[in-house]
Design a protein around this ligand. Structure first.
Ligand code: SAH
Length: 351
């Protein structure tokens, strides 16, 4: 019987740390500084292919190709909104798809990136919740989304990316280790060298992970998708609140603030018949007293003809007046990229 040669699967080279890459080079008779050069191509220069590594000899490149792949994401489809917003459909090496968004304003260019394929949280008003969670994104898949948007920012707007928000698909704190590794690369001089203060992680408010982040001494900003400061209401629209109630969230935020000393942002949608009364606004004001914070009242982006309907301007003004008159900065945020389903809560791989 003839033997069948089994070719071992190639490894994704970006799973290796710089130290591991150095060890690999030494093992294969190369100088460790070569590893440094390759590492720079992989991260700072975001090479998609070994042949881009022009200062690495052809032989070394061939050797690397025989052991490794670079599992770079592919932006297969790009849509542009009439307001300038760009939505990318990003294909991963295993064929799954996530979305990321570039949001231009006069002063900023913001990248909104995904952290998971789908989401496990089942918030009733969110389109991503309809896709079940398939898997976590790896650090390089998160990093690549930022690189792609950075390139588009230069290409279409002639200016660099200024901010990154983890407000795409998925719950970043349920993929904590990979999100942190990606952020380390994004902020490192060996990576994209972006300032941590320009990064915001948005969470449904997983209390124990907020405590962990505080203990880890992270330097980015925190946004919490609050939507209601009354347990009963919050639980009815965000099932996570059943096991992670507002009291626990409040305690975690106190701990976070003691360590981080920067205002927390609350994301809040006001819906007709759900949270548009003075009682709800008063509850939010009370919650806002737990730690220094600001509030973004975000416009609802309809995802179907279900029970959720944007509240009236009068209700929004009632919220804003109450909060502002009590010293809490409150902004009403209009949606961006609605025409291409790129706005908050609309990311659902529809195209
Ligand atoms: N899981 C994280 C990251 C997703 S961010 C989080 O919950 O924060 C997406 C933001 O859009 C969240 O603030 C979310 O509550 C909000 N959102 C979801 N669906 C929405 C919709 N249909 N209209 C407006 N905002 C929505």
């Amino acid at each position: 019987m003839s033997e069948t040669a089994v070719t071992p699967a190639k490894r994704d080279i970006r799973k290796l740390s710089l130290e591991q890459l150095k060890a690999f080079f030494v093992e294969h008779g190369e100088k460790p500084f070569r590893a440094q050069q390759v590492y720079e191509w992989l991260w700072r220069k975001a090479a998609k292919d070994f042949d881009q590594m022009t200062n690495v000899s052809l032989d070394t490149r061939e050797m690397l190709k025989s052991f490794f792949t670079i599992n770079h994401i592919r932006v297969d489809k790009m849509q542009r909104s009439t307001d300038g917003t760009i939505k990318n459909a990003v294909t991963l090496h295993d064929g799954l798809v996530v979305e990321s968004v570039l949001i231009p304003t006069e002063k900023r260019i913001t990248a909104c990136v995904s952290s998971q394929v789908g989401c496990s949280l089942a918030c009733k008003f969110c389109a991503t919740a309809r896709l079940k969670r398939m898997r976590n994104l790896s650090p390089d898949e998160i990093y690549d989304q930022v690189v792609a948007i950075q390139e588009q920012s230069e290409l279409f707007f002639g200016r660099p990316l200024t901010n990154i928000v983890f407000m795409g698909m998925g719950e970043p704190l349920l993929n904590y280790a990979n999100v942190i590794t990606a952020i380390d690369k994004i902020t490192s001089p060996k990576g994209l060298n972006m300032a941590s203060k320009r990064l915001t992680v948005s969470t449904v408010g997983v209390a124990k992970m907020i405590v962990k982040m505080a203990d880890d001494g992270v330097k980015f900003n925190l946004a919490v998708s609050l939507h209601s400061a009354i347990n009963e209401t919050r639980s009815s629209i965000m099932p996570i609140n059943d096991t992670n109630p507002l009291e626990e969230l409040g305690e975690a935020l106190k701990y976070w603030y003691q360590k981080r000393k920067r205002k927390v942002t609350y994301e809040y949608v006001v819906w007709e018949g759900i949270n548009d009364t003075a009682e709800h606004a008063q509850a939010l004001l009370k919650f806002c007293r737990i730690v220094p914070c600001k509030v973004n009242l975000i416009e609802y982006n309809p995802i179907d003809d279900g029970p959720f309907k944007q509240a009236s301007e009068k209700a929004l003004a009632m919220y804003q007046d109450l909060l502002e008159s009590n010293g809490i900065t409150t902004r009403i945020r209009k949606s961006r990229g609605k025409d291409i389903d790129a706005a908050c809560g609309q990311l659902a791989n529809k195209t």
